[in-house]
Write a protein that binds this ligand. Structure first.
Ligand SMILES: NC(=O)c1ccc[n+]([C@@H]2O[C@H](COP(=O)([O-])OP(=O)(O)OC[C@H]3O[C@@H](n4cnc5c(N)ncnc54)[C@H](O)[C@@H]3O)[C@@H](O)[C@H]2O)c1
Length: 276
């Protein structure tokens, strides 16, 4: 294992909130680069082996001072922390919306210009898949308080880009997993490799604008357009159909597009404000 020279100054420092979560754990190893320091934040620090160029910090996104200190000298922020499914209104407000505001404020106060915000397909969950082909960004149509909070996250991203000239990407992440599952997740899969490619595009972006892109792999024959992603330099290479065909020796059934993007989050079995 390389040893960090004592006089080493990183070329860039990328802060990742919620780094101990499913996506963070999976992509952090893919984001290591010469000259890059990864500063990882979460509520609990995992029992991981110590690695050069990677530091862990116990910081809540509900703690503005802790965040401001954690972002000192950073060049980019990848904001993954939050409640990743439906919760009561107060919790969603406190963690997902106030928490994102705290992250953006800490970034602004430290002059951090590049930010990736983890939005979700649930920000537009009540949109029929058949209407999602257009390259125009879909307006909010949340399926839950969770989805509403992601629409608010996007609105905050837009505000901070327009007001403060920050380059911000709101990624409408679809279904992240190590391997594609069945049914609709064949069309909505985001692979770890493509999630890392999306992060790389966002931390390199420097146009002072806000972009809403799909956080999805290139799953053919595609439910979702990739143009907005291409515009920021995100070029996914993984494909759920070829992955499954390679793995199983048979192509998976492509899902019926006569459904809503939010899938089961739009069901009566998933009440607004409930927990599951
Ligand atoms: N996994 C997916 O398929 C998917 C899809 C759409 C959007 N997203 C979004 O991507 C992000 C990451 O998703 P994930 O699957 O890794 O979720 P996850 O629940 O596995 O991880 C979230 C992490 O955030 C941390 N966290 C929660 N509250 C915090 C706080 N107050 N301060 C600091 N850290 C806190 C948790 O400890 C956890 O490690 C989330 O914002 C989620 O909404 C994920």
């Amino acid at each position: 294992m390389p040893t960090m020279p004592t006089d080493w100054t990183p070329r860039e420092t990328v802060v990742i909130s919620g780094a101990a979560g499913r996506i963070g754990r999976s992509i952090v190893p893919l984001l290591r680069r010469p000259g890059r320091m990864l500063r990882l934040l979460d509520l609990e620090i995992p029992d991981a082996p110590r690695e050069d160029y990677v530091t862990w910090h116990r910081v809540s996104i509900e703690d503005p001072d802790g965040l401001t200190a954690a972002m000192r000298g950073a060049t980019a922020v990848v904001h993954l922390a939050g409640l990743a499914s439906e919760r009561p209104w107060r919790d969603i407000l406190r963690v997902n919306i106030d928490g994102t505001h705290n992250v953006l404020e800490a970034a602004r106060a430290n002059g951090v210009q590049r930010v990736l915000l983890a939005s979700s397909a649930h920000a537009v969950g009540f949109t029929p898949v058949s209407e999602a082909h257009s390259a125009t960004v879909l307006p909010p149509r949340p399926d839950t308080y969770y989805g509403m909070s992601k629409a608010a996250v996007e609105a905050l991203g837009s505000l901070y880009a327009d007001r403060f000239g920050m380059s911000i990407v709101s990624a409408r992440i679809c279904t992240f997993d190590e391997e594609p599952g069945d049914g609709r997740t064949i069309a909505l899969w985001l692979s770890p490799g493509d999630a890392a490619r999306l992060v790389e595009a966002a931390v390199a972006l420097d146009d002072g604008r806000h972009h809403v892109v799909w956080g999805v792999s290139d799953n053919a024959p595609r439910w979702l357009p990739l143009e907005a992603g291409h515009e920021i330099g995100y070029h996914p290479v993984d494909d759920a159909v070829s992955f499954r065909t390679r793995r199983d020796g048979v192509a998976p059934a492509w899902p019926d597009p006569e459904v809503l993007l939010g899938g089961s989050f739009t069901d009566a079995a998933h009440p607004v404000g409930g927990t599951w």
